[in-house]
Write a protein that binds this ligand. Sequence first.
Ligand code: PLP
Length: 691
Amino acid sequence: MTTEIYLDGNATSPVLPAAIAAATCAMGQRYGNPSSSHAAGLSAKALLDQARQCARRLLGVGDGRLMFNSGATEGIQTAVLSALVALRERREQGEAIGSLLVYGATEHKAVPESLAHWNRLLGLNLTLHKLPVNAQGMHDLAALRACAAEAALVCTMAANNETGVISDIAGIQAVLEQTGCKAYWMVDCVQALGKLALNLAATRIDYAPFSGHKLYAPKGIGMLYVRAGAPFTPLIVGGGQESAQRSGTENMAGIAALGTVLAALERGDTFRSHDELEGYRARLADALREALPGIVFNNPFENSLPTTLNFSVPGLSSRELMDVFDAAQVRVSSGSACSAAKAAPSYVLDAMQVPLWRSAGAIRMSFGPLIDAAMIDDACRRIARCGAALRSGCLIPSERHSTVHDGLLQMGVEGVCSWLVLDAASRSCVLIDPLPEHTGRIEAFVRCQNYRVQAILNTSAGQENGALLEALGRHAASRVAADAYGWPALPERVTLADGQSVAALQLGARTLACVSDGACRHYLLGAAVQGRLDAAAVRFAFSTASCAPALQGLTGAATLLCPSRDEHNQFCSGAAAADAVCCDSLQLDHAGLNALLGSHPAVELIDVREDFEYAASANLLAVAGKVQSVPLSRLTEHASSWLAAPDSTLVFICRSGNRSLKAAQCLRRLGHQHSYSLSGGLALAALAQAA
Ligand code: PLP
């Protein structure tokens, strides 16, 4: 089994083996409560003191406080609470404290959320003020200078989690000093730990939160530095632990593990040097450039952590990139939060005024300083495989003609869709309701498959397809006059079930009939016999949903209706289709699948991942039985044959169980009662197999 390559270090990290050993020891042998005065307690206390002393030296905290807590989100809360309580007291004493809570536009969400929360709870009513960043992601120092006089608290980060951009801490400090700004200053140091040298007491920084799990310690352990003399209010009170700065019995396993990581950092014998890490990043960047033509890096390498790459690829969504990397077992993260319908742009890249396609399609590749050359070699090989898979799937421009697709292809199945009707034998195709956002994708597909586009059709009038026509160039049939829906003026005709004779277009053995109905336009695809397209012979009908009822009489019970929009991810519908189906009855876990396979040997397993994911896959599928591949984009094409065998049992599978659920729901809605989805997808199936 190929192991995964974890390139998502800015999200979290595995735990250093020595840190696991230290945590195990803290739980198994040195399990005492550090507040107890007996030997077991003293032993735990020694562990605690040792970890703290190491942290104090490493971070240069001088006379300042350094407390352990649960992580950076807690550290941020404590810092914000401390500053705001002090501001409120100062204001109550008649002091002018300023009116602004200033925070960098690219801060982790924990910062503005905490500011808003405590500002409201404490009734301060200060104004949250977003400090812009420039195109390189650096804080706009002129904007800071302009608001410094009114700033009550300033929150900036040492390095950004999405881009790795390193802030100009000295520059910010200079502005605060030059303007005589009295604001408190918090610097989120989460991503800096282990990657940038820190000497906190030598700066004006008042608060600096840290998180263990970003640097090989477990989740749930962190630290907060508070400058000597800076105001402090505990967030949690109780037993007085951590010198009454953070009550609650200490997380000794976490502290022991973090202490071990910090000791390794201090010794300098465990982690790679800055130069080595830069060399590794350069190699990854070269591999990415080679594999993904047109790639744009969104972070300036010369001023970002040597462990972070953030990039976008023209024509590829972050979802597709995530899918292909995941198939190759390379774990990266999408720079943007993906909603069900569309990838939302990254607010960090938006703040850098990066174009929308890059901000919405961004991928972050990040690694920890424990990485080695062998892992980088392996990552580069897998990146090359991802590039080849995307080329063979025609998702990025390719000179090579891959396997030729035939039949119906639904592009962009996440909420929006364009339809391609393909005839491999004649290498001609028709596009129906192509969406402008698919122009690049359609062009790449048509070019790499060497198709000729006979017509670009719309189900409503007045759609503009000029840009697509231009992009297709010689792959579009030479222009003949077309009507407002794109239907070409051709002489062929076909007779429909109701006896009307309508214009038709021949696509190999299939006939596409054009039905006008007031402002609506329908296209019927099927096998005409002797100039007649009977209702039962219509396999697919393309129509806007509101116009579909007019098709009665022209289509059969088995005709699948292909919508021009697919907001609800239904793919297609049919005359007998139900509105919705219940999720629970069609979810199978791994044990359920095995039981089903035992009782129904003829179960059909269908992998709905796209071809490029298959091509990039490093492993055989982690499910028993023979699996056929039917990508979601070709579900509609295959649905009719499954519906024709209603007693068959279908189990859909995919990476995470999300797409397979949609496929199973679609088939159930269309009337196939024995369709299921493997919940948790292949990711969980692999775990179940390994267990
Ligand atoms: N700040 C930054 C820059 C981060 O990257 C993160 C984690 O993603 C946090 C704060 C929150 O850290 P924690 O998970 O320890 O609460």
